[in-house]
Design a protein around this ligand. Structure first.
Ligand SMILES: NC(=O)C1=CN([C@@H]2O[C@H](COP(=O)(O)OP(=O)(O)OC[C@H]3O[C@@H](n4cnc5c(N)ncnc54)[C@H](O)[C@@H]3O)[C@@H](O)[C@H]2O)C=CC1
Ligand SMILES: O=C(O)C(=O)COP(=O)(O)O
Length: 616
């Protein structure tokens, strides 16, 4: 059945010309039951919105809109699984909002089992959130919160496919990581760890642990992001000359910190100290391998507080053996904890810490609060500012677009259900807007896709995965903007599907696309065009759509069939191309008609085609 939502308790009658509305009030049209009902509804019209008891308040509707964006609607208290130690202030926030299950050291199987009943999962670096976790959760898991920066332990592709938002806490541990980097740098240059162990062992080896100066040397930072920049700031205070390699860093930011940006090769061949601060990605995995060590300045010392995987451990061990690299300080490992036979951990020229970069009391409290707030926001359906796998929509843009979110989804849904058997691949979305130059359409596009896909896929469709799902289903989204007058963000939207056939041929436009257009009035979505017919109907509920000859008696005949089946008409909208030509009529129904009622409507003379929609 066609799904074309309509709003009860709303009378709207508008034709393609001024004559159409008069038809309703003209007894000659033989409206009977409809006319009476329409008069009743017309009296209600001015109060229409206040007379919709089943309709949620505006704020709830807007909330629901955004929940739909992320599909993060959680009816009762959500279950929040915390799989690693989290700072108390963050835990308190979570406990006030949901049921917190703190279960540490879970096996992969236990994590999958718990994911089936968890709305949110909060992790640090030790929990591997693999595809299997998302598969097991099968849509239940709405958000994964990483209480820290690196999300390399989360299968982002799988999260996105399953519509699970991934958020992180990107700022609260920056200083801690930078301080740990500096601590390791100092320890490495002065053999602190080795000398400490030796002295505690009863020895006094002053000659053995002579160090090297930092002041006057060059430090090369790889990854000039948040941590890298903080390390640079501190290193300069220690008298180091700082250069950095980061293909994506800004010259201005570097210049402000007196840091010269250089190529990978120049950094390798110039510096005495190296500090790694890039993320682990396919592009950085093993970047410090045999080739890099063959170019590195002899006697270099390396600090890694980023991720173990960026260094090829075997290649570093060889460079240490060959005295090309004089020492290394490692906080992170490709596999944590590292295995007993790790080629670097036991070496006297390597110092190690067990992934302590973010482990200060202050940083842990900070990330805990940062992630708790992000996860709670996401569970409430709000767009998180630290989303890793979804476009970030700034709050001011969101506020402007919110009323159009339901409209966009409703148009996608309505257009799809008007399509015939032939299917479609091309989706044309047109935005009529006074802001054609800077309209951010990502949110609305996602909602159109959600409307299109929700009836043809069991996958959760939301802002996170809409584009991906559309692509994987072979849909081509073509967006355009049409300039309009006014000051709002959007005047109207249209969705057209490139298909030659429709269940309701009146829905085809001049280009033979199934086409619907809508707008928002008083924060409620309305359909304003179906095919080439102008209409005016609220985009909710159950609607009977008919194409009929434009002559007296047909509307009355249909309404009398409905009346005899005790089906109330909540509104109607009639449109016609011209007098005596085809017309379409949309009737809002309080109930879905029975099969026998549908048969009777089919039998009404003069009805060329009809279909019934329901939004539920
Ligand atoms: N050991 C620990 O406990 C901690 C480790 N970290 C790790 O430190 C790293 C940096 O964190 P943030 O500075 O917060 O991230 P960030 O995103 O602010 O900075 C990363 C920088 O790396 C750069 N980058 C990307 N690819 C690169 C490449 N091929 N070569 C050079 N630079 C490249 C990016 O352009 C970016 O500027 C991350 O891997 C994070 O997981 C962060 C906090 C604590
Ligand atoms: O934030 C990061 O990227 C970190 O590596 C910190 O990891 P942790 O939260 O201490 O397990």
């Amino acid at each position: 059945m066609l799904l074309l939502p309509a709003l009860p308790q709303q009378l709207t009658v508008r034709g393609t010309n001024d004559a159409a509305p008069n038809r309703l009030n003209n007894p000659c049209c033989g409206l009977g039951h409809v006319a009476q009902h329409s008069v009743h509804s017309a009296k209600l019209q001015s109060k229409a919105h206040s007379q919709q008891p089943s309709r949620p308040s505006r704020s709830r509707r807007l909330q629901a809109c955004v929940c739909g964006v992320l599909a993060a609607t959680v009816e009762s208290r959500p279950t929040i699984l915390v799989s690693e130690k989290l700072g108390t202030p963050g835990l308190s926030l979570l406990e006030a909002y949901g049921n917190v299950d703190q279960s540490f050291d879970l096996t992969p199987e236990q994590l999958c089992e718990k994911a089936k009943t968890s709305d949110a999962l909060i992790i640090r670096s030790a929990t591997q959130v693999t595809r299997a976790v998302f598969e097991a959760a099968n849509g239940k898991l709405k958000v994964v919160g990483r209480a820290g920066v690196g999300v390399d332990n989360v299968d982002l592709e799988a999260a996105t496919e399953y519509g699970c938002l991934v958020v992180n806490a990107p700022t609260a541990n920056t200083v801690a990581a930078a301080e740990h980097g500096i601590a390791l740098l100092a320890a490495l240059s002065r053999n602190i760890a080795q000398a400490d162990a030796s002295t505690k062992n009863g020895k006094w080896q002053r000659g053995k642990y002579v160090g090297v100066a930092l002041a006057g040397k060059t430090l090369a930072i790889f990854g000039f992001g948040k941590v890298g920049a903080e390390v640079a700031r501190r290193a300069r205070g220690l008298g180091l000359n700082v250069i950095a390699h980061d293909p994506f860093a800004s010259e201005t930011k570097a210049a402000a910190l007196h840091v010269k940006l250089v190529s990978f090769e120049e950094a390798l061949s110039t510096a005495e100290f190296f500090s790694l601060h890039m993320p682990l990605t396919p592009g950085t995995k093993g970047i410090f391998g045999t080739e890099a060590f063959s170019k590195i300045k002899k006697g270099a010392r390396i600090v890694n507080v980023a991720r173990g995987g960026v260094i090829d451990d075997v290649a570093l061990a060889k460079a240490l053996d060959d005295k090309i690299v004089a020492g290394a300080a490692l906080d992170v490992f490709a596999v944590e904890p590292p295995p007993a036979d790790h080629p670097l951990v036991g070496r006297p020229d390597v110092i190690v810490t067990p992934h302590l970069g973010a482990s200060t009391i202050e940083a842990q409290e900070g990330v805990a609060v940062e992630i708790a707030e992000a996860v709670i926001d996401a569970l409430k359906g709000e767009l998180a500012a630290t989303a890793v796998n979804a476009p970030m929509v700034p709050p001011e843009v969101l506020a402007q677009l919110q009323p159009f979110v339901t409209l966009a989804q409703g148009l996608g849904r309505a257009a799809t259900q008007l399509v015939g058997d032939s299917g479609f691949t091309d989706v044309y979305i047109s935005y009529t807007t006074p802001r054609s130059d800077d309209l951010d359409t990502r949110l609305l596009r996602a909602m159109v896709i959600k409307g299109i896909l929700e009836s043809i896929t069991t996958s959760t469709v939301n802002l996170v995965n809409a584009d991906l799902l559309a692509k994987s289903r072979g849909l081509r989204i073509i967006e355009s903007t049409v300039p309009s007058e006014g000051r709002g963000v959007l005047t109207s939207m249209a969705v057209s599907l490139g298909t030659g056939s429709s269940k309701f041929s009146a829905a085809l436009d001049y280009r033979q696309r199934v086409s619907v257009a809508g707008t928002v009035k008083d924060n409620h979505p309305y359909l304003i065009r179906i095919g080439i017919f102008d209409v005016d109907l609220a985009l909710e509920g159950t609607v009977l759509l008919c194409r009929q000859q434009d002559r007296p008696g047909i509307i009355a005949a249909v309404s009398s069939v409905l009346a005899s089946n005790d089906i109330n008409i909540s509104f109607m909208s009639v449109a016609r191309l011209d007098s005596g030509q085809d017309a379409i009529m949309a009737l809002g129904l309080d109930h879905y008609p029975s099969d026998s009622c549908i048969q009777k409507i089919r039998g009404v003379e003069g009805i060329a085609e009809f279909c019934i929609s329901t939004s539920s």
